[in-house]
Design a protein around this ligand. Structure first.
Ligand SMILES: C[S@@+](CC[C@H](N)C(=O)[O-])C[C@H]1O[C@@H](n2cnc3c(N)ncnc32)[C@H](O)[C@@H]1O
Length: 197
């Protein structure tokens, strides 16, 4: 069972949060530190499912983007304010899978809603400049699926960083799933680097 589907004290399965809003905890972001030299490439950075800005704040602090765009399907006044406070230079209320959303970036980085992760990766790769990167926080189990077997053969996965510590998404507790950061690079064809973060 994942944090996004966990049982409460009465043993009932808790409902998923609307739009699967589970902010990334600070230690999961801190674990990305060894990747910073590979993430900083100048240009525009997009957070495609920005929530209230956990990833945006980390990027603003570590990647010095020229332009940091925060997109989310849910964009209340409070969220917009939190995103600007976190360092976003602009915010967009929108569905990341909307073909009308005309955005290209050097780095696209997020912790996506898990049920739409594959779509988020595909749309992020379409919007990623050559020489850039798509980086997502995902369960490691995302790698193992008959449904995705063929798909994995067609996407340029370059790097996987396994999180040694399980992220605590809900009320400070972790779930039974292991997570990692995944990086794709447009046109990457070489081996996939595996690291323990
Ligand atoms: C797991 S939360 C992560 C939030 C943020 N990325 C973070 O790391 O703290 C997923 C976010 O995806 C947003 N979301 C869900 N479906 C979306 C869609 N189709 N397009 C854009 N954002 C979406 C939700 O509103 C929520 O803020």
């Amino acid at each position: 069972m994942s944090a996004r589907n966990r049982r409460n004290k009465a043993g009932e399965v808790a409902a998923r949060r609307p739009h699967e809003f589970y902010p990334t905890p600070p230690d999961a972001l801190a674990a990305l530190e060894p990747w910073i030299p590979d993430l900083y490439r100048g240009g525009r950075v997009v957070e495609p499912a920005a929530g209230d800005g956990a990833v945006v704040a980390w990027v603003a602090q570590h990647c010095e983007p020229e332009d940091l765009v925060a997109v989310d399907i849910e964009m209340t006044h409070a969220r917009r304010a939190a995103l600007i406070e976190a360092g976003a230079t602009s915010t967009i209320r929108g569905d990341w899978m909307d073909p009308e959303l005309d955005l290209r970036a050097r780095l696209l980085i997020t912790n996506p809603p898990y049920s739409r992760a594959q779509d988020f990766i595909d749309w992020s790769l379409r919007r990623c400049e050559v020489g850039g990167a798509v980086v997502m926080l995902l369960r490691l189990g995302f790698l193992a699926s008959l449904k995705r077997r063929q798909w994995w053969g067609g996407v340029p996965l370059a790097r996987v960083g396994v999180l040694s510590r399980r992220p605590r998404f809900v009320n400070g507790s972790s779930d039974s799933a292991d997570y990692g950061w995944f990086m794709w690079r447009p046109r990457h064809t070489g081996p996939i680097s595996l690291e323990i973060l």
